[in-house]
Design a protein around this ligand. Structure first.
Ligand code: SAH
Length: 251
């Protein structure tokens, strides 16, 4: 089996595909000042199986276009959407975040949790800006250093995994440089990583290995995930996801 298929198999039955939490999604809704009664047109980019999409649909009066480039994840999102009776509010769309099929200024809100690193933070916030209406809000989570310096083992891991990792001030500067006005920022707490993401994943490793006949490729994926979890547990003071809220003030 291809590595991508194995990764899909590992992650598609999880409630979320990255660190986050229902309460933190709601906190970001409040930080953005979104009125829960006003109709909103929202784009959720890199939605996975819908961790944030389903909360947005439940608490807001919104039409949400939920984009991911993996149809397997969208299939799970569709069945969750149906079981919650939210079909009227959520439209799944299989597309790449690098080539989005939308008109300029179509959305009131662009939401993206744990996904923008796939295109890169700077490129993402720059490319996606045009889809927001003037006055529209961007809510995006991004891996962030929580201190100004850090141990070299951790630095070199992230230098090779995602060199765009930076401090909150560098992310907020990027937000300003790309034509948004920063509204607010908070850091995801530890339970968003361990209880909500890593522990459920760890719990599923054995079943994943069994399903995939303990193949070398499957073992390599488990090993890589375990390494990431170990690094998190060892160095969690030094990094987390930051959740950034920003406003596009004008066209
Ligand atoms: N927002 C979800 C998923 C985060 S994981 C959550 O918080 O649980 C990142 C997601 O981005 C995955 O679902 C992955 O399939 C998607 N993704 C990665 N590269 C992409 C691309 N180029 N275009 C669209 N989606 C992409």
């Amino acid at each position: 089996m291809e590595e991508l298929e194995l990764l899909i198999d590992l992650h598609k039955n999880a409630f979320r595909q990255g660190p986050g939490g229902d309460a933190e999604t709601e906190m970001a809704i409040d930080l953005a000042g979104l009125n829960r009664n006003v109709p909103l047109n929202i784009l959720d980019i890199g939605c996975g199986t819908g961790a944030s999409t389903l909360i947005l649909a439940r608490v807001l009066n919104a039409k949400i276009t939920a984009v991911d480039f993996l149809q397997d994840f969208l299939d799970v999102l569709e069945s969750r959407t149906r079981s919650l009776g939210l079909e009227e509010k959520i439209t799944p769309l299989c597309a790449s975040m690098e080539e989005l099929p939308f008109e300029d200024e179509q959305f009131d809100v662009i939401w993206s949790e744990g996904a923008i690193y796939n295109i890169g933070f700077n490129k993402g916030i720059s490319d996606w800006r045009r889809y927001l209406k003037p006055g529209g809000l961007l809510v995006v989570s991004e891996i962030t250093w929580t201190t100004s310096s850090r141990p070299s083992e951790l630095q070199s891991h992230w230098d090779s995994e995602y060199p765009e990792i930076g401090t909150a001030s560098s992310k907020i500067k990027a937000i300003e440089d790309n034509g948004y006005s920063p509204v607010g920022y908070f850091v995801l707490p530890e339970n968003c990583w361990l209880d909500n993401y890593y522990e459920p994943m760890r719990y599923n490793f054995q079943a994943f290995l069994n399903r995939n006949k303990n193949s070398e490729e499957a073992q390599a994926i488990v090993k890589a995930e375990c390494h990431e979890i170990e690094l998190y547990e060892k160095y969690k003071t030094y990094f987390s996801y930051g959740v950034y809220v920003a406003k596009k003030l004008f066209s």
